[in-house]
Design a protein around this ligand. Structure first.
Ligand code: DX5
Ligand code: ZN
Length: 212
C-alpha cells in the first residue's frame, strides 16, 4: 500500500487540533511545510507551532524545509522523523546529509519542478527519500506540473538499476487524477494538502489503494 502524508497547509490554523485528530486515524505521517518567505514567496510556521503539535499527537512528522539556510535550521526540527532540504539551497549536500544522519533522522533531498534529477544522483545511495515537487513550492492548491512524471520515471529506473533503498516521494498537486500517474511512473510516497482538506478518511483510502 502506498505511504501517504498530509500537509496541514490547507487546514484551519486557528483550529488545528481537530484536523490532527482526524489525521491520526488514517494518515501515515504529517508533512510540515516550513517556509521562510525567502526561498519561497510565502511564510508559514516553525518550531513553536510544531512543538505544540508534537504534544498532541504521536504521528510521525516530516519537516519540509523551504528555507535558504537548512544547514542551520535542520537542528530545530529534531522532533520530526524525517528532514527534507532543497538541493537548490545547499552548497555541500554531503555535509548536511551526514549531520542529519548522525542525529539519527531520516534525510530527504527535495527538488523543484525545474531542477534536474542529475543534481541528486550522486547522493541517492545516502538518502532515504528523493523528494520531487509537483508544483513550485510556496502554496497549496496549485496545478501539478506534468513534466515531473518523466523525472519520477527516470529516477525510478536509476534507483532500481542500482538496487538502492531510496524512496521517491511526490509533493504538490496530488489529487485523484495525478496520484495514479505518479504511482504508475514509480512514486512510493504521496503528499497532499488541498485534496485532503475534505473527506480525509475516504480520500486517503483512495490514494492508498490505487493499483500500481
Ligand atoms: C508546496 C508544499 C506542498 C503543498 C501541497 O509548497 O510543499 O506540501 O502544500 O499542497 P497541495 O497538495 O494542495 O498541492
Ligand atoms: Zn511540502
Amino acid at each position: 500500500m502506498t505511504e501517504v502524508g498530509v500537509s496541514i497547509l490547507s487546514a484551519d490554523f486557528s483550529n488545528l487540533r481537530p484536523y490532527i485528530k482526524k489525521c491520526e486515524k488514517v494518515i501515515d505521517f504529517i508533512h510540515m511545510d516550513i517556509m521562510d518567505g525567502n526561498f519561497v514567496p510565502n511564510l508559514t510556521f516553525g518550531t513553536p507551532v510544531i512543538n505544540s503539535l508534537r504534544k498532541i499527537t504521536k504521528l510521525p512528522f516530516e519537516a519540509h524545509l523551504m528555507v535558504i539556510n537548512p544547514q542551520i535550521q535542520w537542528k530545530w526540527y529534531l522532533s520530526s522523523r524525517r528532514i527534507l532540504f532543497h538541493i537548490e539551497t545547499v552548497k555541500e549536500p554531503e555535509k548536511l546529509i551526514s549531520h542529519i544522519k548522525k542525529a539519527k533522522k531520516e534525510v530527504g533531498i527535495a527538488l523543484n519542478p525545474e531542477t534536474s534529477i542529475k543534481k541528486i544522483i550522486p547522493f541517492l545511495d545516502r538518502i532515504d527519500v528523493a523528494f520531487l515537487m509537483g508544483v513550485s513550492p510556496g502554496f497549496a492548491g496549485q496545478k501539478f506540473k506534468r513534466n515531473v512524471l518523466k523525472k519520477i520515471k527516470n529516477l525510478r529506473r536509476i534507483i532500481d538499476a542500482k538496487n538502492l533503498n531510496c524512496k521517491i516521494s511526490v509533493d504538490g498537486g496530488i489529487n485523484h487524477r495525478t496520484a495514479p500517474l505518479c504511482l504508475k511512473a514509480g512514486a512510493d510516497i504521496l503528499i497532499a494538502s488541498s485534496f485532503l482538506a475534505k473527506d480525509i478518511a475516504k480520500r486517503v483510502r483512495f490514494l492508498k489503494n490505487i493499483k500500481k
